[in-house]
Design a protein around this ligand. Sequence first.
Ligand SMILES: [Zn+2]
Length: 97
Amino acid sequence: MTQIAHIFTEAQIVMPSDSSRTQDLDPIESGAQFMAAQSGAAERILAKHTRRDDGRCAQCSTRTLVTWPCTLANIANRAHMISAGRSAHQKRQSRHP
Ligand SMILES: [Zn+2]
């Protein structure tokens, strides 16, 4: 989780102090769970971590050349899907009470 923690610090995402319940998840999945819980976090990251014309990540490649999607974009995309899944579920429930 060290790399993820570093990435989250950069993205200004607060890691929960008690992460024991997510120990069995892989770093991407557990990171996405944290990110999905924070409103706008995934959108904020995806806005910066975009694919450049040369196939690198626009944000990560300011330091080293990273092929897009980078780890952070992967996590944000997953978080986005988690959030979208939740709202889709809520819509289904309201449509069919
Ligand atoms: Zn990136």
